[in-house]
Design a protein around this ligand. Structure first.
Ligand code: NDP
Ligand code: OXD
Length: 306
């Protein structure tokens, strides 16, 4: 009875967090796994695809983050084993704070003041006007960001797969709702999961369905963005810029044009990082329930991919 842990670079933090809940847990840190037959539960962040086929007694597979695209895209994912993910209040809080920062930095034109500071210039500028924040993906993260931004007095709207009702927030859903949603969104925040339906969704067609000068905040996945389309739309003035936390290839290669673009802000996938102390309890509970054959929390709908 053992847990497989794959989380390159963060193993020590995870071991500490999990052992603080139960010091007797037998956790095997990949690649020093020992007998693969012992493994009944897997905790994963960006693991090598195909690896899971080695463990015949796996009872459940859990992502160490909110996203499961790194698991769902494994062509050798064992069949009929529940896939779990993390839902956590700190993950939600940190994401909302990052989005608020990116929105405010854009609306209050902080980049202009930073440039001016270098020139010791004392000049006032207005705010970006007629702001309507549109959040794509109104799940655990998107709905909290929408609520908090509404309480900061922004006009906020949301788009999801199925209908939603949130006080003060206009909501749209499905392909029909997307057109109207985009037409009126001036700051677009992407919080969709990466699935076959949402891959490349931030593309030329979408950018040109938005009002001229719209701003993009992508905190979901790099695979949502067609990079060349984003740069072309910014250079053509259709978009005023972008704040990007996630990329197709991470770390973002040094040669990538996003790094040097004056209207693009790049952060290294830090919008919201899973905190082992905060989520260890739910992971251990899921492990215990998986081996006892009891119901599990935060199960992914494999048919939807999230
Ligand atoms: P949820 O599963 O809770 O929410 C996903 C939302 O997206 C739901 O509202 C869902 O609609 C909507 N959605 C899914 N597919 C479609 C579609 N085809 N069309 C329209 N809407 C769709 O996910 P979370 O909020 O927990 O996380 C979202 C993503 O954020 C993660 O998958 C991950 O990629 C990213 N993330 C990034 C982090 C970072 O640091 N940058 C940190 C954590 C997460 P419905 O409600 O109708 O089902
Ligand atoms: C996540 C992430 O999915 O950190 O949790 O991106």
């Amino acid at each position: 009875m053992a847990i497989l842990l794959i989380s390159p670079g963060r193993e020590v933090e995870w071991l500490k967090g999990l052992h603080a809940i139960d010091s007797t847990l037998d956790i095997r840190v990949w690649p020093e796994v020992g007998n693969p037959n012992d493994i009944e539960f897997a905790l994963l962040w960006r693991y090598p695809h195909g690896e899971l086929l080695k463990y015949p007694n796996l009872k459940a597979i859990s992502s160490l983050g909110a996203g499961v695209d790194h698991i769902m895209s494994d062509p050798n994912l064992p069949k009929n084993i529940p896939i779990l993910r993390v839902i956590d209040k700190l993950l939600v809080r940190d994401m909302t704070q990052y989005i608020a920062m990116a929105v405010l930095q854009h609306v209050r034109q902080l980049d202009l003041y930073q440039e001016q500071q270098l020139q010791k210039k004392w000049l006032w500028h207005g705010f970006a006007s007629d702001i309507k924040i549109g959040i794509m993906g109104m799940g655990e993260l998107g709905s909290d960001a929408a609520n908090k931004l509404y309480h900061l007095d922004f006009a906020v709207q949301g788009w999801s797969r199925t209908p939603k009702e949130l006080v003060g927030i206009k909501t749209f859903y499905g392909a029909e709702g997307q057109v109207e949603f985009l037409k009126t969104t001036t700051i677009l925040v992407n919080l969709l999961p990466l699935t076959p339906q949402t891959k490349n969704i931030l593309n030329k067609k979408l950018f040109y369905q938005m009002p001229r000068g719209a701003y993009i905040i992508n905190v979901a996945r790099g695979g949502h963005v067609v990079d060349e389309d984003l740069i072309a739309a910014i250079d053509a003035g259709q978009l005023s810029g972008a704040c990007l936390d996630v990329f197709r290839e991470e770390p973002l290669p040094e040669s990538h044009p996003f790094w040097g673009h004056p209207k693009i802000i790049v952060t290294p996938h830090i919008a919201s990082v899973t905190n082992p102390k905060s989520v260890a309890e739910q992971l251990v509970l899921n492990y215990r329930n998986a081996i006892a054959g009891k119901p599990l929390m935060n199960i992914v709908d494999v048919s939807l991919g999230y």
